[in-house]
Design a protein around this ligand. Structure first.
Ligand code: ATP
Ligand code: MG
Length: 338
């Protein structure tokens, strides 16, 4: 009788910054897929607060933002019985490994990153953390030897760099890290309400997934539509309208067809079209708003989940960092035994 070896589930690492409330882009590009993956993969879901400090922000606000993001993770359906949900700074091995990776990461590669170019343009004096961000991201992923990373399109380049750091480190210090695969959905980059930049917590061009219906409407009504449609009687072009592309994600197929036809035929104005979109978005997230309210009524549950998650993550993190330290010669006690 042949014995079949139990196959280990593939491990995935997922991170999100507590720079604000989770928004539609985070949901479509990340959270929704994390939920779908939790049965098939061994998952780590990380609230990356060490990353969030690179963007400035008020330290007094950060603890609340971290907890709010944990609530969003749980409300969309991440199940702590199926994966490890934790806060990055509870596992200091992330920052330790990032420092060690600095030894093999070329500055030129970091300067080439599109997000670095975009985000650094806002600063007169650019903090080094902004440049180093992808090194910490590589550490987040490789610390757990993740096989795959589900990210939005905007993170493709950072994932390439993670693979390069793994390769370079392995070449110098010996094979240890797998080259993680980026799992990128087909939803692309979700654009913000400005219809131009990607929807981003730090840009404020968002619709938050847990917003109340009146807030969703207040946000959606500001969305930029087809700039050529000046008057209500002008025919619109759904293909270039961000409101229409959001309809395709959140409205029922029949509604999507209707709004496209009415836009092209100028029989429905943009405000009405946005009203329908706001209703579709609010309806999509209604069960999650309910779950979030219930969780917020039990803060001790959230605390327990995060503390338990950190303890489990640390066990895995220590295994890797011990080997890394040895290979890089930081185990000075071995001077007597080598
Ligand atoms: P920040 O502006 O602070 O960088 P963010 O909104 O870009 O915040 P992140 O925490 O950087 O969010 O990213 C979390 C996850 O959401 C990542 O997997 C990222 O690829 C995905 N994501 C973020 N914005 C979008 C978007 N507009 N479309 C698709 N996916 C996105
Ligand atoms: Mg981002």
């Amino acid at each position: 009788m042949s014995e079949s070896k139990p196959t280990r589930k593939r491990r995935v690492f997922s991170g999100m910054q507590p720079t604000g409330e989770a928004h539609l882009g985070n949901y479509l590009g990340a959270l929704r897929r994390w939920v779908q993956m939790q049965d098939e993969f061994e998952c780590l879901w990380c609230i990356v607060d060490d990353h969030a400090i690179t963007g400035g922000g008020d330290p007094k606000e950060l603890p609340k933002k971290i907890v709010d993001l944990a609530v969003s993770f749980l409300a969309v359906g991440l199940d702590p019985a199926k994966g490890i949900l934790f806060v990055q700074s509870d596992v200091p091995e992330h920052t330790e490994l990032a420092w060690l990776f600095n030894a093999v990461t070329p500055v030129g590669e970091l300067e080439r990153m599109t997000q670095y170019k975009d985000k650094s343009a806002k600063y007169e004096s650019v903090p080094v953390g902004l440049l180093n961000y992808p090194v910490l991201q590589a550490a987040d992923i490789l610390l757990y030897k993740a096989d795959a990373v589900p990210v939005g399109e905007d993170q493709r380049q950072h994932l390439e760099l993670t693979r390069e750091i793994a390769r370079k480190w392995n070449a110098v210090y010996g094979d240890l890290f797998p080259e993680p695969e980026a799992i990128i959905g087909n939803e692309g980059r979700i654009l913000g309400l400005d219809g131009d930049a990607k929807m981003s917590k730090s840009l404020g061009n968002t619709v938050d997934i847990l917003a109340e219906p009146d807030e969703v409407w207040a946000r959606v009504r500001t969305a930029v539509t087809d700039p050529q449609r000046v008057r209500r009687s002008d025919p619109g072009r759904p293909a270039v309208c961000n409101v229409y592309s959001l309809h395709r994600h959140f409205s029922a197929p029949g509604v999507v067809e209707d709004v496209a036809a009415q836009c092209r035929g100028a029989t429905r104005g943009c405000v009405d079209c946005k009203r329908i979109l706001a209703d579709s978005i609010s309806a999509t997230f209604a069960p999650m708003r309910e779950r979030a309210a219930e969780l917020r009524a039990h803060p001790e549950r959230i605390r327990h989940i995060l503390e338990d998650g950190a303890a489990r993550a640390r066990v895995l993190a220590r295994e890797t960092i011990t080997v890394v330290r040895e290979r890089m010669g930081l185990d000075w006690r071995s001077a007597w035994t080598r």
